[in-house]
Design a protein around this ligand. Structure first.
Ligand code: FE2
Length: 398
């Protein structure tokens, strides 16, 4: 049992049944009472103090590219060179190589208590698509993986790209991706958004856009994604990742877009680790941070998730697959250092980050005792130390 532990803002005692010998409810949470109420049973292990949360979810990472950063060094540290380096190494990928790197990083996520992962896969590599779909099945017993068919180089810029993207969806990807700001023209970007919705409708899939990942205030695809989500009844099944142009929009237009995001039910996923180093590269000084407007989106009532995006890949050479790193970075660069703001960022990892998968898990009586225990006294301390939690799966420590 857990004694005097912080759970959803109050101190409680929590008991779970950890195995078959503890029938009739193995693996479930059986009691949650005010701290000091529950008395340990004879041989029961007791964890005292700290904090409990549901497991975290990763809404945005590129598992096909993880751990490649050292193989193709990014001399300038820029997005442009990252794309070029990825394009150069992509034809050399093998099934075994993709699987081994992705498997390693999924293990790192699991050690940090992240048991759901949504990965994008570049549809320009059939090898990578097949490998990550194989990984999804291989890991199904311990980690829920979703694969997004992501056309890294767009679908309208060159012959064959649309077909490869459609093939990846037909092969069984869970969601349709697109990158409208990277298409040749504004109109072709909007067209790619509509094509993505068409494809998702045909296959009954969700959608996950790389949307306006630029400092260009003229990059205005997010409003089109939201309008399409409303018109086609896709609320709750659409994610727009990055959305860094929102940072640079004129304030009146940004306010309109934030309201539209909230109305449409589209979730914005911020990726602060990559974007704080990749954006602002065309600026001299002052240099923009290039993180989407999280506080304004919250104020409008929109759902915001937080992704790690890269783990030691051609775009971002750092990272440990610890979502608290992304949370800490977001708190700093988006100036979310108010007490309640930091707590909200922390809980986003185990609440809003689950939205792409469906329901967020709950730590409640009758629910599976799959949860994370942090030694930290509270949410702010956990962001400060970015500690690795102890991970309990159905009442058993992993
Ligand atoms: Fe991304």
């Amino acid at each position: 049992m857990f004694s005097d532990v912080l759970l959803q803002g109050r101190r409680v005692d929590l008991r779970c049944q950890s195995g078959p010998s503890r029938s009739p409810t193995p693996g479930l949470i059986t009691a949650i009472e005010a701290a000091g109420t529950l008395v340990p049973l004879g041989d029961e292990t007791v964890v005292v103090g700290g904090m409990l949360t549901p497991p975290t979810a990763e809404p945005h990472v590129h598992l096909d590219a993880v751990l490649l950063g050292a193989r193709v060094p990014n001399r300038s540290g820029t997005l442009r060179e990252g794309i070029a380096n990825w394009a150069a190494i992509r034809p050399t990928l093998t099934r075994e190589d993709v699987l081994e790197r992705a498997r390693t990083v999924v293990g790192w996520y699991r050690q940090h208590g992240t048991l759901r992962i949504r990965t994008h896969v570049d549809t320009g590599s059939r090898v990578a698509v097949e490998a990550l779909l194989e990984l999804r099945e291989e890991q199904a017993g311990s980690t829920e993986i979703q694969v997004v068919a992501f056309p890294q180089e767009g679908i309208l810029r060159a012959a064959g790209r649309r077909e490869a993207w459609e093939d990846a969806v037909a092969l069984g990807c869970d969601a349709v991706g697109a990158i409208p700001h990277f298409e040749r023209t504004t109109e072709e970007g909007w067209q790619s958004v509509r094509m993505a919705f068409d494809l998702a409708e045909r296959h009954g899939k969700r959608l996950d856009f790389h949307c306006d990942e630029t400092d260009d205030p003229g990059s205005r695809n997010l409003e089109v994604v939201c309008a399409q989500a409303i018109d086609r009844g896709f609320g709750g099944r659409v994610v727009a990742g990055h959305c860094t142009a929102l940072h640079s929009y004129p304030n009146p237009y940004a306010a309109k877009v934030c309201e539209l995001v909230a109305t449409s039910g589209v979730q914005v996923v911020a990726n602060p680790l990559d974007n704080v180093v990749l954006q602002g590269r065309y600026d001299s000084y002052p240099r923009r941070r290039g993180i989407t407007r999280v506080d304004a989106l919250w104020e409008a009532g929109a759902s915001v998730g937080i992704g790690h995006d890269s783990v030691m890949d051609p775009w971002y050479r750092l990272g440990t697959a610890n979502l608290l790193d992304a949370a800490s970075m977001l708190v700093h660069v988006a100036q979310l250092t108010g007490e309640d703001q930091m707590r909200r960022v922390f809980h986003t990892l185990s609440r809003e980050n689950h939205l792409p998968f469906g329901e967020a898990p709950r730590t409640a009586v009758g629910q599976p005792a799959t949860m994370l225990w942090y030694a930290a006294a509270d949410e702010i301390e956990a962001i400060r130390t970015r500690e690795k939690p102890r991970v309990f799966v159905s009442g058993v420590e992993a």
